[in-house]
Every structure is written in C-alpha cells, then in structure tokens.
Design a protein around this ligand. Structure first.
Ligand code: PRX
Length: 644
C-alpha cells in the first residue's frame, strides 16, 4: 500500500530546521492546545509590530471571533517599513519574471517607495479607510503594490483572478460596492495578450459605485480610456510623494474580501481581517517552509487565489523573504519554463499544485533532467489531494530524493495552512497532509460531531477558532453561521471528507458538498448550472465533477433542451463559450451530454450521485454530444428512496 511509505526528514535537515523533530512539533502543538492565549499572544508580540497592544488575545462568541482585541496594526507596515531598519533594506523583496523574459528585482526599500507612492495616488483620488477597491490585474509587481497600498490605508480590497469573465467581475464589484477598479491594459499568457481593461469596461457598465479605473500599462496594447473615469497609473503617480504613513488600523479591520464558490449560484465573499490573519500567514510561512533569511522562495500560484495572497504576498513579505513571482504559463515557450526559473534564480523553496505536477509528469522527465535544481531544499503542494504516484515523482525527479514535500491542506476560509508536515519534524507519507499545525484542533467526525475512529471516513472539522480564520461572509453573517457552524453544532465544518490513520495522519478525500475542484480551483455545481440555464436553448442542467488525470476533476454537464431543432455539436461548442462568458474560460465543461430527462428523486432533486457514477464508470472518453436516454436511470432511481 502506498500509505506505508514513510519519509522522515534527514538528520541534517532536522539539525537546522526551525521546528526540530517530532518532539519539537509535539511541544509546540501541546503549548498551543493547552494555553492558546499565552501561545498566540507571545508569538504576536515577538513576531509582529503593533502600534497599540491588544487588551485580549481573542474573544470567542461562537461563531464570531475577534483576535488581538483593541490592538492596532498595519499589514503594509509589517511587510515593508519594519524591514527598512534591518539588513533587509536592500534585499530583494519581489523577484519577478515576465512571460516574455523580462525581469525586475525590487528591493524592500524600492517596494516601500512604490507602495507609498501608489497609496498617495489612492489618497489623492479621495479614497480612505473603509472604502473598497477591486483589483483585476495580471501577475505583475504592481498587483502586490496595489494590495499593499490598499492595506496601508485600510481600503478593503478584493483581487479578482484575471481569468474571470466580465460577468463574474461585475458580480464581485457590485457585491463589494467598490469605488475603484485597479487593472492593467493586458497580461501575457502563452504569448498572447489577455485584454483585461476591455473586460473591466464591459463589467463596470452596470456598476454605479465605481468612480474611477486606474490602469497600469503592461502590454502596451490599444486601450480606450474614458475621460474623467479612466487614468493611467503612471500619470497619477508622477510627482507623488514617496512618504505615506501607514494607518494604525484595528486588528479586526477587514483587510480583504476574496470571493469563492459555495454551494449556491452566488459566490461568497470571504472576509479576512488584519492582526490575526497576518500572524497566521507569518507563522505558517516560517514553520511549514522552514524559511531562512537567505532563501529564494517561489510559490507558483496566481495572486487571484488565496494561495497567492497568503504565500506570495503577505506571509513571505512579513518574514522579509525574497518572493519570486512569474507572470505567465508554466509551459511557455517550452515545458521546462519552471525548471529554468528554478535553475536561474537558485530557488530553495518551491510551492506548486498537484495539477501542475501531473502535467509535468506527462511532459516527460527530459525537461526537468536538463536543469540543475540542486538549490531546492523544500517542496510544497497545495489545492487538491496529491496522489501518491505524483508525490513520488515530485520527490524523486524534482527533489532528487533530498527535499521533504509539504502537502498543505487549507482553504480560502482558513486564510493560512492548517494541516501539513513541518519539514524538519513530521515524517511525510505520500498522499497525506499529515498532522495539524499548532493551534489547529482538527478532527474527523460524524454528523453528530463524534469522532469516527481510526481509518473511518467522516467530516473534516476544526474545533477551535484560529487567528487567520475568516470572520464572516461579506454582508451575509447568517450564511456564515448556517453554512460553516451549524451543520455540526459548534465546530467549523470544512466541507471536506477525511480519515485519520493509526498515526493520527489526516488523509483528505475531497469535498462532501456540491463544490468541485478543477486544477485546484474551486467551482460550484450550482454556479455552473445557473450559468448554463441562462442560455436560451437550455431547459435544465446538472453538473458533476468527473475524475481527470491531470486536473483532478473536470466539469461534466448534462443538459436538457427547450423544444427546437438543435445541432448538438454546434450547441455544445456554443455552451462552452457561454460558460466562458458567464464565469471564465477555466470553468468550461470538458464534457457536455444532452439528454431528454435528468434523473431525479421523487421530490424532484437531481440525483447528481448517479450522474457522477455515469461519468466515472462510462468508458466513453472526451466529448459525448449525442442524445442520451437517461430516462432509464430516472425510472430506476425512482425505485430508490429519495436521495440527492
Ligand atoms: O477540498 C480541499 C482542497 O481545496 C479546497 C479549498 O479550496 P480553496 O478555498 O480554493 O483553496 C485552495 C488553496 C488553499 C479544500 O476544501 N484542498 C486544498 N489543499 C488540499 C486540498 N485537498 C487535499 N489536500 C490538500 N493539500
């Protein structure tokens, strides 16, 4: 069995590690569990700079929590200013490579200057603490600059992934009631320009709260600018002061809102606040990646997702690390782009997704084998379960059997890594995220909240609040309470299934709700179905995740049509374009199947479980656009009790 392979850290690694050996891990875990106030209070005091000390470490009024109550702090100050008085002032903060091969190395001093200037731009436009900004940009240094400038002033920002369509962007701008949108003319992706400003123009047509759009020039493409509304970043920045004091913000001030898919058609605005979030990402960056001052650290995520927020921007910069940022596609111009970057900048810590790893396996070992990657010390994985075969390949072919792999389990909601090996302490088992981090009281339980016992499947939950957890859903505290805290009374319901083995290791098995994970991106069944039924030809739609060799899951859609003479092949293509228009290209169904009827329970609920079985066991590969008769399944299923 694959889970019998165990990889303990080498004695050399343990000797230099930030947390040393299982005793080191157990001691930290035990302190955090038995004396959470002292544990987190001491870390907050030692690791972060506060402008006012808190009165209480935390206040827990289930399901609402406040951390470092009455404390005042600024995230941008902690990521920048405090390093300027140290040896880090000329250290590279952001080491950026553009897809065409251009490079920028921005020191902490320089980043501080850029952030102060842009914060002054925002101030000059009349923005202030409590206002909201939408950031819709490609992976350029101006994206973290915009985030840090907002954080400096207490403007709550929401980064929207550049792959989202105008419709999806519009829904987020409207929900956040943002006053400003910060964007780029375009972004480079596989040698082509993604026209971001054009998408913003389409989106804001229906967004009365947006007063201004600030555009950073990246690609130099032709961009229409509306006088009085649209401004070039560089024009506004010219002549602004390089000094801008960081606002002293309440520890619970909302730092950002990040939209993620839930079980309804409407995305949820996950709200992260200031002091607790920063402490969570700061400590986990140190513990999990065993970060050293001399390291060059690279997380390959897009900043449009939570991984980029926590582990490209806030965690690494708060630690004074050199954080590498790459603009483009992993296989452009050739499949070894990532390995070239590792070799060129002598990357020490590399954090990527199982989807990327599986794509690399398929491209062949000749690509990584061509490069000297001996600088690597720690490898990481995030976003979805990593299958043991992919883990072993990553360990051997990329890490050359020298580097521990941290398989990090966490969520947009948790803000920071929750379950992961500490690389100098916890032996790795391929496929298991292993043990919870200090302060994380995770368990696997049944619906009554009782632990299920060794090797039994159950719901993954967390019993106690932790500093970086989300505080609520934007404008929807009721949904926050119901969805996360009431399903199993009094504990945080993650939405994942898991089991714990005889060593207490967690094996995360995937979602238990109608949320899919495609390439580590969360997609909601309901969101996809609502998008499909908005198409004029579609009567009903049911969407399920289909196992996929590379992306983990792929979207499979079953569709019934309104009366008419439809050409199924054309229509399937049209529906794919439609989903790209409504949500984004990354959400396009891989498979669309037309049917006369969908299998339903007697009470009319679509039996997605049956459809899942059909797409999983059916040998027909790829696109099936012929009409299927699912009425057989419907009749069969009607004989069972109601189930969804
Ligand atoms: O199902 C789990 C899966 O991704 C979900 C969270 O998705 P999102 O909020 O988009 O955040 C992704 C980046 C943190 C989880 O509920 N997931 C994430 N990491 C892992 C994982 N499943 C198994 N193993 C992981 N390491």
């Amino acid at each position: 069995m694959a889970d019998q392979n165990v990889y303990p850290p080498s004695p050399d690694f343990v000797k230099r590690a930030c947390v040393q050996g299982m005793e080191g891990y157990r001691e930290l875990y035990q302190q955090a569990e038995s004396q959470p106030e002292q544990f987190w209070g001491a870390l907050a005091e030692r690791e972060l700079s506060w402008s006012r000390q808190w009165s209480h470490v935390f206040e827990w009024n289930p399901p609402f929590v406040r951390w470092f109550v009455d404390g005042k702090i600024n995230v941008s100050y902690n990521c920048l200013d405090r390093h300027l008085a140290t040896h880090r002032k000329n250290k590279v903060a952001i080491l950026w490579e553009g897809e065409p091969g251009d490079q920028r190395m921005i020191s902490y001093q320089e980043l501080h200057r850029l952030v102060c200037r842009f914060a002054n731009v925002l101030k000059n436009r009349g923005l202030k603490t409590g206002d909201r900004a939408i950031i819709y940009m490609g992976m350029v240094p101006e994206l973290p600059v915009a985030m840090l400038a907002c954080a400096r002033l207490g403007i709550t920002f929401s980064v929207v992934f550049g792959g989202f369509s105008a419709e999806a962007l519009k829904a987020r701008i409207q929900d956040l009631e943002a006053q400003i949108v910060i964007t780029c003319d375009g972004a480079w992706r596989r040698g082509k320009e993604v026209r971001l400003k054009q998408t913003v123009d389409e989106a804001v047509a229906d967004c009365p709260t947006v007063r201004e759009i600030i555009v950073h020039k990246r690609t130099g493409g032709d961009v229409p600018m509306q006088a009085g509304r649209d401004f070039w970043w560089s024009d506004l920045e010219a002549g602004t002061s390089e000094s801008c004091p960081a606002e002293e913000l309440d520890s619970e001030h909302p730092l950002y809102v990040l939209y993620t898919s839930g079980t309804t058609g409407k995305p949820k605005g996950i709200v992260h606040t200031t002091g607790g979030y920063l402490l969570g990402v700061h400590m986990t960056t140190k513990w999990v990646f065993d970060l050293r001052d001399e390291d060059t650290y690279w997380c390959t995520a897009d900043i449009g997702w939570v991984t980029g927020h926590s582990y490209i921007v806030f965690g690494p910069l708060s630690n004074g690390a050199t954080s590498v940022m790459y603009e483009g596609a992993p296989d452009y111009p050739q499949p070894d782009r990532f390995w070239r970057i590792i070799e060129k900048y002598r990357i020490n810590i590399f954090y990527t997704s199982p989807t990327a790893i599986r794509a690399f396996i398929r491209q062949g070992d000749q690509w990584p084998n061509r490069h000297d990657m001996s600088s690597l010390r720690v490898l990481g994985s995030v976003g979805e379960p990593i299958n043991p075969a992919a883990w072993e390949w990553y360990y051997k072919t990329i890490g050359r059997e020298r580097c521990p792999i941290v398989d990090t389990w966490w969520q947009t909601e948790t803000g920071a890594i929750m379950i992961s090996p500490l690389p100098g302490a916890v032996p790795c088992k391929p496929g298991s995220a292993s043990l919870p981090l200090p302060g994380i009281l995770a368990d696997v339980v049944d619906l009554q909240g009782n632990p299920v016992g060794t090797n039994r499947e159950g719901f993954l939950i967390v019993r106690r609040p932790w500093p970086s957890m989300f505080r609520t859903l934007w404008k929807d505290p009721k949904r926050y309470e119901e969805q996360y805290w009431q399903r199993i009374e009094g504990v945080y319901m993650t939405g994942d299934a898991a089991r714990r083995d005889e060593d207490g290791y967690f094996w995360v098995l995937g979602r238990v709700d109608d949320v899919m994970n495609v390439s580590g991106h969360r997609l909601s069944t309901m969101e996809l179905e609502s998008a499909l039924v908005r198409h004029p030809a579609v009567a009903e739609a049911a969407v399920v995740g289909k196992p996929h060799e590379i992306t983990g899951q792929a979207v499979a859609a079953f569709v019934t049509l309104k009366a008419g003479n439809w050409d199924h092949r054309d229509l399937a293509e049209d529906l794919r374009r439609w989903v790209a228009h409504e949500i984004g290209s990354f959400a396009k169904p891989e498979q669309i199947r037309f049917t006369d009827a969908l299998p339903k329970t007697r009470s009319g609920k679509i039996m997605r479980r049956l459809l899942r079985e059909i797409v999983t066991s059916n040998a027909v590969a790829g696109d099936v656009t012929t009409l299927e008769d699912l009425s057989v399944v419907t009749r069969l299923s009607a004989q069972h009790d109601d189930e969804s």
